[in-house]
Write a protein that binds this ligand. Structure first.
Ligand code: URA
Length: 199
């Protein structure tokens, strides 16, 4: 079982009725972020979407063109696929929470730079701390590497319950990988079942 090196328990619990407000206040406090150069090319900072009281939190990589335009995560092609996976798993988008490692779109959808991750990750950490989901699901290698601070292969990260600050975390393929390779559909579905058993 992998452990983040700085793993600590989240000791301050926020009452469920306050979470929406705490989260939206947090959004307002960071929405004009200029900590890294990506603010110059973004249309919108893509904070996250879904329920502040979600049991499941999905973490992707970074906004793409459509997400940047709308300010909402996973609304492009990969997002449509995520929606159909969610509904096949009988999950509603509005009941889970979806966020990304980076809040702003990297040009040409390139991989996040280490410096961008370093600047942006505290935002995601705070979102997780506010929401306190029962399980976190990393969508793809980049989210898993950023949160777990490891560099393992996908095949070594799947099928294991990792922990992020005491919260169970699983890793599966990014929906965009399924768009390129249909054969990943079954393993992703198995990872979803594995995650749901943790609730
Ligand atoms: N890919 C991601 O990782 N995040 C999004 O929001 C959209 C596509």
């Amino acid at each position: 079982m992998s452990k983040a090196p700085d793993e600590k328990d989240i000791s301050i619990k926020i009452h469920p009725i306050d979470k929406e407000k705490v989260l939206s206040d947090y959004y307002l406090s960071i929405k004009d972020c200029k900590k890294c150069p990506l603010h110059r090319t973004r249309t919108n900072l893509v904070f996250g979407a879904g329920s502040a009281n979600a049991d499941i939190m999905f973490i992707g990589e970074a906004p793409g063109a459509e997400e940047d335009k709308q300010g909402i995560p996973f609304v492009g092609r990969a997002g449509k696929l995520l929606d159909s996976i969610l509904s096949a798993a009988k999950l509603r988008r509005e009941d889970v929470y979806i966020a990304n490692v980076l809040k702003c779109r990297p040009p040409q959808n390139r991989d996040p730079l280490p410096s961008e991750e370093q600047q942006c990750l505290p935002y995601l950490h705070r979102q997780i701390e506010i929401i306190q989901p029962k399980v976190i699901c990393c969508l793809g290698r980049i989210a898993a590497h950023a949160l777990l601070r490891i560099k393992d292969k996908m095949s070594d990260m799947r099928g294991i319950v990792h922990k992020f600050h005491g919260i169970p975390m699983v890793v599966t393929y990014h929906p965009a990988a399924l768009l390129r390779n249909e054969r990943l559909k079954r393993p992703l579905w198995e990872d979803f079942q594995f995650m749901l058993e943790l609730l």
